[in-house]
Write a protein that binds this ligand. Structure first.
Ligand code: IYR
Length: 221
């Protein structure tokens, strides 16, 4: 049976207001950069919770919200994650990644060393949840968990940035160790590992060229 409905409307906006607001938002959001050099300065748990609550408003397949955010500030747990991530990364950089991939990463200067996993005050491990287990033990499949979790991730990154927080979308590969360390069941798949905090005092980021909008935008056919 369809759910009951409630009214939905948005405040009417003039085009001039939209353009001005959009340009200001663009300046703010385009300033986000992936941060690999964090300050240990703490971030209150309430701020992290709000960013996750914002992400949790994301649309999702059949409204199932097929994601789980595991928020970690326990130093022992962060250490465990760093050790496991670096072990996988070392294997990847030394053996698994083809030369073409290593060449693509060269401008970013990344290596298997991931000190930020211990220095950033928070690590958010985002899982995509492929199924829900009902109280009576039945497995209920979720829909579009990848797309849904991707949208929630984007909203989380944007929320953090707009709250003045730096983030990194880190994808050590393979990420199975995150499921073990976080104690999640096997229908939850690690999706992203997101350190959150403030940039270190002398933090720099690679000055890399940005693809122009015209390369990714087509109007009509
Ligand atoms: N996961 C590795 C390698 C890496 C891969 C991509 I694609 C990047 O954009 C950046 C890094 C690492 O985090 O170092």
């Amino acid at each position: 049976m369809p759910a009951p409905t409630i009214p939905y409307s948005l405040p009417p906006r003039e085009t001039a207001w939209q353009l001005e607001r959009g340009r200001a938002l663009l300046v703010e959001i385009a300033a986000r950069r992936s941060c690999r050099d964090f300050s240990p300065r703490p971030v209150p748990r309430a701020v992290i919770e709000l960013a996750i609550e914002i992400a949790h408003t994301a649309p999702s397949g059949a409204n199932r919200k097929p994601w789980r955010f595991v928020a970690i500030d326990d130093p022992a747990l962060k250490h465990e994650i760093r050790v496991a991530a670096e072990a996988e990364e070392r294997e990847s950089y030394d053996h698994r990644m083809p030369q073409e991939w290593l060449d693509a990463l060269e401008p970013l200067g990344t290596t298997a060393e991931k000190p930020f996993l211990e220095i950033a005050p928070w690590l958010i491990v985002l899982f995509r949840v492929d199924a829900e287990i009902t109280p009576d033990g039945r497995r209920l499949k979720n829909y579009y968990p990848v797309e849904s979790t991707g949208i929630a991730a984007g909203m989380f990154l944007t929320a953090c940035h707009m709250l003045g927080l730096a983030t990194l979308t880190h994808t050590p590969s393979p990420m199975g160790f995150l499921r073990m360390i976080c104690g999640r069941p096997d229908h939850e798949k690690p999706f992203l590992l997101i350190p959150v905090g403030y940039p270190a005092e002398n933090c720099t980021v690679p000055d890399v060229p940005k693809k122009p909008l015209s390369a990714v935008l087509q109007w009509n056919r």
